[in-house]
Design a binder for this molecule. Structure first.
Ligand SMILES: CC(C)(COP(=O)(O)OP(=O)(O)OC[C@H]1O[C@@H](n2cnc3c(N)ncnc32)[C@H](O)[C@@H]1OP(=O)(O)O)[C@@H](O)C(=O)NCCC(=O)NCCS
Length: 211
């Protein structure tokens, strides 16, 4: 069983720890967080240092893998890229809670987290370091690019594309075939009935650009 490290020791790290334990594929050595004192614990696992301590912590623990447990898309990208630059041999692991339902022909990239109750249906592709959160539905043949986040209870119809770093908020819905742009946000409860341009924030039912 591979030993892994978790970047981040905030609330999101708690759900990641829970999913890793239930998945049963990896053993957690500890956490890295620049804002938490080394020696503190989260759910019984020690904070071992800051992000820049990664090479030393890999040596002392023997950990070869990691996942970035940070909900903020831009921060997750920065931390993952810095870690990969520091330690090119680090393996980013895919964490899938056993209560998620994954279609046989779906593909899920390294560093991505899939939470309980999520459905990723046949033919869907999810990139690296994405989050498909609790009870989110990603229908057939969707394309989810790296570092995006599909929040709890959000629903994507078939063939939806979600750009890199985009956030589909809590309970939001996207009609089939649409594209949510890179780094765009569809606010909680919103319903996209047309595509959303890159970097835009849209809200409401039907969703409109937020002024
Ligand atoms: C849309 C969103 C990004 C806006 O954030 P913000 O810019 O900080 O917005 P504010 O809270 O300052 O609110 C600004 C206005 O937008 C409205 N608004 C905020 N969120 C809204 C939403 N989801 N739907 C409709 N209106 C919303 C507010 O009522 C406010 O209206 P007003 O100007 O008429 O008073 C945010 O509210 C949101 O929905 N984020 C998604 C959160 C999420 O699902 N995270 C995942 C957690 S796991």
């Amino acid at each position: 069983m591979m030993d892994i490290l978790i970047f981040g020791a905030s609330g999101h790290a708690l759900v990641v720890i829970d999913a890793v334990e239930k998945q049963g594929t990896y053993r957690i050595s500890g956490l890295l967080d620049p804002n938490v004192a080394a020696g503190e614990e989260r759910m019984g696992y020690p904070v071992l240092g800051k992000d820049e301590d990664l090479p030393a912590v890999m040596r002392t623990t023997g950990a070869q893998g990691a996942i970035v447990a940070l909900g903020d898309n831009r921060l997750r990208k920065r931390v993952a890229e810095n870690a990969a630059a520091r330690c090119p041999d680090l393996v980013f692991v895919t964490v899938i809670h056993p209560a998620a339902v994954i279609g046989r022909t779906a593909g899920i990239g390294p560093g991505t987290l899939v939470m309980p109750g999520a459905v990723i249906n046949a033919g869907a592709r999810v990139g690296m370091h994405a989050i498909v959160n609790s009870q989110a539905v990603v229908e057939h043949e969707c394309r989810l690019n790296d570092y995006c986040h599909i929040a709890p209870g959000a629903v994507l119809g078939g063939n939806v594309t979600v750009g890199a770093g985009a956030l589909v908020g809590l309970g939001a819905r996207v009609l089939p075939g649409l594209r949510i742009g890179a780094s765009a946000v569809l606010g909680a409860g919103g319903m996209a009935i047309c595509g959303i341009p890159d970097n835009d924030t849209w809200t409401g039912v039907p969703a409109r650009a937020k002024g």
